[in-house]
Design a protein around this ligand. Sequence first.
Ligand SMILES: O=P(O)(O)OC[C@H]1O[C@](O)(COP(=O)(O)O)[C@@H](O)[C@@H]1O
Ligand SMILES: [Mg+2]
Ligand SMILES: [Mg+2]
Length: 337
Amino acid sequence: MSHRPLEDTIAQPVGTTLERYIMRTQSEFPYATGELSQLLRDIALAGKIVSREINRAGLAEVAGAFGQQNVQGEQQQKLDVVANIRFIRALTNGGQACAVLSEEEDEIVHTGNVQGKYVVAIDPLDGSSNIDVNVSIGTIFSIYRRVSPYGAPATEADFLQGGRRQVAAGYILYGSSTMLVYTTGHGVAGFTYESSLGEFFLSHPRMLIPETGNIFSCNEGNWHDYPEYVRDYLSRCKERRCSGRYVGSLVADYHRNLLVGGIYLYPPTQKNPDGKLRLLYESFPLAFVIEQAGGRAEAGPGLGRVMDLMPTHFHQRTPLFTGSYSLVDELLGMETT
Ligand SMILES: O=P(O)(O)OC[C@H]1O[C@](O)(COP(=O)(O)O)[C@@H](O)[C@@H]1O
Ligand SMILES: [Mg+2]
Ligand SMILES: [Mg+2]
């Protein structure tokens, strides 16, 4: 039996852990006093726990519906509730977040950390319709520095600051591997979870989306509801023999396009005239990441960049067109042709 020379084993670096990367890049954070670093660690910790829960998704105790509806009128899945509890608990115990706004909660969740300088908006489990069919799902998060006074509970204003006031944002993808991807406004980095070591390792430094791509991603079942410019754009993609790819989990469709180029579209439909996706904990964080990766995120012709939208309420929705710069540019150009 041939033994790998010890040198080879020792020579193999384990890589940069998330912990080490956060410490190394902490100086980039405004106010760089370690609180935001701790917050990112808390999110990563909850992500590891939720990843473990998701790996057991087929087992009765975590499979299926929870039997309650959330504020969006959607049936909550058990894992929606589990993920929601795990993230809120980690953010509460971590001490840096004074409040959390979650897709699964009607109102702000005050953590009791009134000295905490940050608030977090979160989609604890994205792609809920795919949980029980073993298809990739995710978590999406957005972090703001609070504007309300320290020492008092957070206020609505802390969450309605607008996309440009995010200090950090990202997502966790629970797929063939579990990945954490985030930005603090200094580029985008991706980390892959090595569960046997319980560590996220830097696997995708300086993520940049290709300027163009050959993939369009949307639920064509809504074709008849789509505005004409969207149908025209999709027809043009098909004439160009682009590939249609739609997982039905925003994080999974978005991540694929971020790596290989492409465009994700969730236009307004009759059922959702403002689009389906939520501004504060789906569109804003993914818009921040895609812009930092050289891509674009738009709400549609005449509505402008997602990051420039000013929110008025917690669970508001927005159309979303995001991905490779030239593909989104082309889509916006359709309206006038
Ligand atoms: O079934 P549809 O209408 O295509 O919608 C799918 C979209 O809805 C979502 O599932 C909404 O997110 P949640 O699962 O967090 O509610 C996205 O992940 C996905 O892109
Ligand atoms: Mg979602
Ligand atoms: Mg969700």
